[in-house]
Design a protein around this ligand. Sequence first.
Ligand SMILES: [Cu+2]
Length: 214
Amino acid sequence: MLRKRALLIAVIAVLGAALATVGVLANNDRWSTHLAGQFELPVAVDTKAQGQATFKLSDDGMVLHYKLNVANIQNVFMAHIHAGPATSTGPIVVWLYPSTPFPALPQPPASYRPGRTNGTLAEGEIRAANLVGPLAGKTLADLVALMNNGGAYVNAHTSDFQGANNTGPGDMASGEIRGNLHGDGQGDDDHGDHDHGDHDHGDDDHGEHGPGHK
Ligand SMILES: [Cu+2]
């Protein structure tokens, strides 16, 4: 009798967890991530640069509004959403900064910000037409599915446009700061949803301020 009851409790617990997971996946209309050098792959980047990216889906699911705030980043020139889990790198699926791909020439591109950037690097709207790479021709729902499943990350790239690439902070063309996207549930406020245990930053829970601002 006791065993049966224990089994029943276990089943209820598993069902509850499953339903809670489905609920979160179904209800996300906001996503965010904290970008830092420690999350870069294949090797972490020792940099003071940080970032915070936030995304909010319109009620009709056709427009994804985004904002990318950065702090203490040097020589930034592009930032993207990439497809890929936290454990690997993957292709670009959305251009965040600049909002459309730049041509190979001239170098450096118009988006180049030599020296330090603090504050909002990019803000705009993503529609299906903005999807590139493996998501080209797909719908925003396909991007949302990636973001819900831990399959998308934001990466910001830097360069001094001299000599070799990837020589250190301010010259990381492969990516200087990165953060894996996670769902923040649903709501219209900009506060309170950033209680995920894997984030150890304490001063940037409000979407209007870049991390590192006091
Ligand atoms: Cu990128």
